[in-house]
Design a protein around this ligand. Sequence first.
Ligand SMILES: Cc1cc2nc3c(=O)[nH]c(=O)nc-3n(C[C@H](O)[C@H](O)[C@H](O)COP(=O)(O)OP(=O)(O)OC[C@H]3O[C@@H](n4cnc5c(N)ncnc54)[C@H](O)[C@@H]3O)c2cc1C
Length: 324
Amino acid sequence: MADQVEKVVIIGSGPAGLTACIYAARAALQPLCFEGYNAGGLIPGGQLMFTTEVENYPGFPDGVDGPKMMKAFRKQAERFGTRLITQDVYEVDFRNRPFTIKSDDHTVRAHAVIVATGARANWLGLPNEKRLAESGGGVSACAVCDGALPAFRNQDLVVVGGGDSAIEEGSYLTKFARKVYLVHRRDQLRASKAMQERFFKLVEHGKMEPVWNATIVDVLGEQTISGVRLKDVRTGEQRDLPCRGLFLAIGHTPNTELFKGVLDTDDKGYLKLPNPPGTRTNVEGVFAAGDVADHVYRQAVTAAGTGCMAAIDAERWLAGRGIE
Ligand SMILES: Cc1cc2nc3c(=O)[nH]c(=O)nc-3n(C[C@H](O)[C@H](O)[C@H](O)COP(=O)(O)OP(=O)(O)OC[C@H]3O[C@@H](n4cnc5c(N)ncnc54)[C@H](O)[C@@H]3O)c2cc1C
């Protein structure tokens, strides 16, 4: 691999990266994929490796276990000749061509690169929170993914956060929940005016209820969540709020540290795509797919969709330069 120049290197092996691999491999580009090791707290397969049940990915009428689905993605990518390196990329040079991509044991040169390094949800950092999230015990960072699960129906749920996405997630959950409590550490929301209006309408109708000036200091329950322990930020007083689900809405961190100063990002650190829906970045020959460039939808199916688009864009870009 050292001397040859790869046609396309794909960084990341979540739904976006592996879909890009499948399309690039079928287009005879012999893609090389750095599938990651533990960069950004993620492992090969990406975010879905941390979930038990995916119910909204088309083609699985009975739902599918996240790791099982990603194993199938990987197998399909390999079937068409994708080569995978189970290491994190720690350095890239996109200023000189061909590009250079480095991991611990490999320095690879490539004409085109697809960045699919994903994003990670921000967590509160409480031990019971992670435990109950990973065991499917009722803690989630994605209402659209998990809100419709039977365990949450007609139950009291808690959303933590005070921005647009907290209101978005909370109002989505009101379709299923008995009531949704919005826990926020301040006494007013950061959300936009329109979202605040939506929130207060739901409060008026008894579907949501704010819990102001509060932080969550513990998540209660052994197998499944039974409540959260709140701390009043002004008095320090603690109390328990019973609930059957906790949804984190305190933001995501895109895995873009590697590309700082080279690829343009927005103010939240997501990669900017200058010509949407095209997937090219500000550097010609570098494309982006999935959550790393999407703070809006953040779904497996949208990530896979843009992975497909990035591979097609890369293939056409390479063909335009006579690299086929
Ligand atoms: C707990 C949980 C449950 C979810 N449930 C659902 C659901 O039910 N349905 C749904 O549609 N969506 C769900 N989502 C969202 C979904 O997982 C994401 O939208 C999707 O995984 C994004 O795919 P991606 O390929 O863009 O990135 P990710 O899945 O984030 O994958 C990123 C990849 O990049 C790799 N990587 C990162 N940095 C480097 C580096 N420096 N070098 C090499 N590799 C690197 C990682 O190892 C990983 O393989 C869930 C998310 C979470 C966290």
